[in-house]
Ligand binder design. Structure first.
Ligand SMILES: Nc1ncnc2c1ncn2[C@@H]1O[C@H](COP(=O)(O)OP(=O)(O)OP(=O)(O)O)[C@@H](O)[C@H]1O
Ligand SMILES: [Mg+2]
Length: 258
């Protein structure tokens, strides 16, 4: 469904991605990890067609997003939901207006029906009670705002793929758990493929079918957990070293004993 083939990309002189290739399928959950500045968010921008690679191809269901017209790109983006790190909610709109924004602005759907859909979606993300629907974003915690952002992305279009850029950064363990459970639920109950960028390996282990780890703009690892545990790539060992304890706790054993 999503395939990057030999993608290279630079911001000016700064070569950010070098010959990056990986793919993920319908309904799958891919996690992208890597140190700060390794090009993770840039990959999400390429997938959305907001940037074009200088070399290589970004294929969405077999179609190269780089050669699409703006209209085709818009149609393709409708199949993708993006949740930005800060949630990017509209401060002056209520939670309900935020979640229903796309339907209010871009469809002729009756107001009552939009209200029903908003309520249903807030229920799905676990914010059905406490009149959350009428609150302003500033009245909510960071974790709740993140969940509102996910509800808005789910209701904006009919996504087949959701992209999350560091969805748990800045959240406490309880809020982190809620957001991770929600991402898993989006994947398992709605059958939506997910691509999640995270620095938190403990988070990644909870949601990923497959991992792509970047190092200085190159793919240092692409595979499942068993392969990750057995991997002996020096770059990867260095990157994973700080997470040794998380691995041990989650898996009950060390990640690389090679
Ligand atoms: N709009 C931009 N213009 C110029 N350079 C940029 C731009 N966006 C990112 N970069 C540079 O590209 C490189 C990769 O950035 P990117 O945001 O993809 O990294 P990242 O892996 O998401 O990092 P982080 O974990 O800190 O979010 C960095 O060196 C960054 O400074
Ligand atoms: Mg980033």
């Amino acid at each position: 469904m999503i395939k990057l083939r030999n993608v290279s990309f630079s911001y000016g002189e700064n070569e950010v991605l070098k010959n990056v290739s990986f793919e993920t399928g319908d309904g799958k959950s891919l996690v992208i990890m890597g140190p700060s500045g390794s090009g993770k968010s840039t990959i999400l921008r390429l997938l959305l067609g907001l940037e074009s690679p200088h070399e290589g191809e970004v294929l969405i269901n077999g179609d190269n997003i780089c050669t699409m017209s703006e209209a085709q790109k818009r149609e393709t983006r409708k199949k993708m939901g993006m949740v930005f790190q800060d949630g990017a909610l509209f401060d002056s709109l209520t939670v309900g207006e935020n979640v229903g924004y796309y339907l209010i602005e871009h469809t002729k759907m009756k107001f009552d029906l939009i209200g029903e859909k908003v309520e249903e979606m807030l229920g799905f993300v676990g914010l059905g009670g406490d009149n959350v629907i009428d609150k302003l974003p500033e009245q909510l915690s960071g974790g709740m705002q993140r969940r509102v952002a996910i509800a808005r992305a789910l209701l904006s279009t009919d996504p087949k793929l959701m992209l999350f850029d560091e969805p748990t950064t800045g959240l406490d363990p309880f809020a982190t758990r809620n957001v991770l459970n929600l991402i898993r639920k989006v994947n398992s109950e709605k059958g939506i493929a997910t691509i999640v960028v995270t620095h938190q390996i403990a988070d990644a282990i909870e949601i990923a079918d497959k991992y792509v780890i970047l190092h200085e703009g190159q793919v240092a690892f692409d595979g499942g957990l068993d392969e990750l545990r057995d991997c002996s790539d020096e770059r990867l060992k260095n990157f994973l070293e700080p997470f040794r304890e998380s691995f041990r706790l989650v898996l009950g054993k060390n990640f690389v004993d090679c």
